[in-house]
Write a protein that binds this ligand. Structure first.
Ligand code: 5GP
Length: 193
C-alpha cells in the first residue's frame, strides 16, 4: 500500500532493537484519514472471505480494528492484557511474550464474545516474531471458532513472524512489509510484492 509506505518513510523513526516508531500516525496519535484507507485496503484484500468478527489485542490494535470492522460491518472484540487471574471457565486465556517490553503477559477474551461458528479476522498494527498473533490464534481455537485471515498494517519481513503465520496456512495480508531498517541512518526499505 503505497500511501502507507510513503507515510512510514516520512514519519517513521527507526529505534534500537529493531523497533519502528510510528507514534505520530498509527499507535499513539492516530491519523484517521489514513486509517480509512487502511480499512478499505483490508476490505479489498479479504473480499469474498466470510467474516463475522474481528479480533485484535489491546491497545494499539483497537483503533485500526474499529475502522476495519466498519468496512466489514462486523463487531470488534479485543483481547485484554491482564495480570489478574479470573475464575477459570469465564474466559479463554493465552500467553504472549511482548516484543516491545520483553515480558510475558496473559491475554483473555470472555467466552461470551467468541464461540463456535465465528469466522474471525485477526487485525494488529505490527508483526514481528508472531507471538501476538499466535496468542490470538490460540484464543480462537480454544473457542472452537475459525481464523479466516490475519491483517497486519506493518510486517517486519526480516523477523520470523510472517513465515510462522503463513506456515500455519493462514491467509496473512500485510499492507507494508519492511525489508530492512537502519537505526543509524534511519533508512527503511520495503519488500515489493
Ligand atoms: P510479535 O508478537 O509479532 O513479536 O510483535 C507484535 C506486537 O509487538 C504488536 O502488537 C506491536 O504492538 C508490537 N511491536 C512489534 N514490533 C514493533 C515495532 O517495531 N514497533 C512498534 N511500535 N510495535 C511493535
Amino acid at each position: 500500500m503505497q500511501l502507507l509506505k510513503d507515510r512510514i518513510r516520512k514519519d517513521g523513526k527507526v529505534k534500537e532493537g529493531n523497533v519502528l516508531k510510528v507514534d505520530s500516525f498509527l499507535n499513539h496519535q492516530m491519523d484517521i484519514r489514513l486509517f480509512r484507507e487502511i480499512g478499505k485496503e483490508f476490505k479489498r484484500r479479504f473480499e469474498g472471505t466470510e467474516i463475522n468478527k474481528i479480533l485484535t489485542i489491546e491497545a494499539s490494535g483497537i483503533g485500526i480494528a474499529c475502522i476495519v470492522a466498519e468496512e466489514f460491518d462486523v463487531p470488534v472484540v479485543f483481547a485484554k492484557k491482564t495480570q489478574t487471574k479470573n475464575i477459570a471457565g469465564e474466559v479463554y486465556r493465552s500467553q504472549v511474550e511482548s516484543y516491545t517490553h520483553g515480558r510475558i503477559y496473559d491475554i483473555i477474551v470472555s467466552k461470551e464474545f467468541l464461540g463456535k461458528g465465528d469466522k474471525v479476522l485477526l487485525i494488529d498494527d505490527f508483526l514481528a516474531n508472531g507471538k501476538a498473533l499466535e496468542g490470538l490464534i490460540d484464543l480462537v481455537q480454544a473457542a472452537g471458532a475459525e481464523v479466516v485471515g490475519a491483517g497486519i498494517v506493518i510486517e517486519k519481513g526480516f523477523q520470523p513472524g510472517g513465515d510462522i503465520i503463513r506456515g500455519k496456512g493462514i491467509h496473512l495480508e500485510s499492507l507494508a512489509i519492511v525489508e530492512s531498517m537502519d537505526d543509524k541512518t534511519g533508512e527503511i526499505t520495503f519488500r515489493e510484492k
